[in-house]
Write a protein that binds this ligand. Sequence first.
Ligand code: ZN
Length: 221
Amino acid sequence: MASFGHVAVGLLAGRLHGGTPGSSARRASAGALALFAAVSMLPDADVFLVAMGASDAGAIGHRGASHSLSIALGIGLLCAMAARRLGWPVLRTAMAGTLAVASHALLDVLGSGGRGLMVFWPWSSTRFFSPWRVFPDAPRGIKLLSHAGLIELAIELAIFSPITLYALWPQIRDRIGRVWNRRQGRAPGLRLVEGEGDGVRSAASAPSVVPEQDPRLRSSG
Ligand SMILES: [Zn+2]
């Protein structure tokens, strides 16, 4: 799966978590949204280890230990430690971090492509995948720009857009409200009056009083 589905679920975890105390669960802080979106992507950091020379076949390889439930619990623990420093609710943060990482493995397992995952590492190195592989698996790198890659990406975007919209809706609604209020605030100064040429002009640019021309000046011309 390309990154979009993982980020969408991470944003959802951020909204449900709520972030900074004082922001309701319906309106998560930007910090919580960004943190859990990043955490949901962490398992795929294994590709950098492989790029640096680690064996792709073992537990360090792609979809190995990093996609296991034990690593999800470990990252949840790190999130709890970070929560103490940030003043966030510790248990809720640990749960949100664990679920964000575990959701990554779940989406990959249900993805239509790629190898199996070491879900139960370190107790088992068996790679698992679901018999129901329902989500598209867009290729990575330059292949993503191929015809097939773009179609897979479009399907993934369509599937996960409702989750993303729900997660970001309070921010989107606030932004729309600010723009609307700003425009409403300007409206009284934008009264249009009839004029010459193009038919209308703004009242602000039109002179309020047109002085009559002096008759003496008119005759001397
Ligand atoms: Zn992955």
